[in-house]
Design a binder for this molecule. Sequence first.
Ligand code: SF4
Ligand code: SF4
Length: 235
Amino acid sequence: MCSGRVDLEFVLRAFSNGMDGVFIGGCRLNECNYITHGNYDALNMVLLCRKIMEHIGLNPERLSVEFMSSGEGMLFTEVVDDFSKKVKELGPLGKAEEIEQDELKSKIEEVRKLIPYIKIEKREKLESHLENKEEWDGFFTREEIDTLLGEVVSYHIDPAKCQACMICRRRCPVEAISGGKNQIHVIDQETCIKCGTCFDVCPPRFGAVDKISGEPVPPPVPEEERMIVRKSKTK
Ligand code: SF4
Ligand code: SF4
């Protein structure tokens, strides 16, 4: 129903599946039927995605968003025709950019795993309402996205500080944390979507979750060493 429903994930999935171009048609800006104005979300997502495409090495012209009313059939056919011609000129995805198919797929998949992280990091900008086209071009910059994707953070539980309170495990949205009662908790880095919830919810008196950037994540504690032996209270 709404262009705002077209998620960054949908677009990257389309490219991962080999689509040569993605076109999104939305209602005119400021003419939303609801209070949501989702077309601004679609616009921001496209501006962000184009820079991500540049980061990967893809031509950002392969992604287009246009705004029109449902009564503008002629306009719709014109913009779709123009976009189809442009995509044909660009040629098959990856070939024109001289990126091997396997390499391209793995680059897109790497970014797809980071979508929740990207959305959290760029949350404020993604909520913007850009009123004029002059603002569109420089809204997200290539340098900004290169930095964002080049300095991705990771979360790690410090085994010396974890008190096995289990709060982070319960709150993790993707069940990336293993551990139980009296067991040091461990984050599965492959499953983690870097939402930062564990960092936020670990009680300050424990402060066991570290945010790491620019250095490797320490290896997980071996399973046989995860039991926490608590000192019994002495009178
Ligand atoms: S950052 Fe923490 S809470 Fe978020 S997915 Fe990773 S392990 Fe789970
Ligand atoms: S919230 Fe902190 S102390 Fe509690 S289990 Fe998670 S890392 Fe350990």
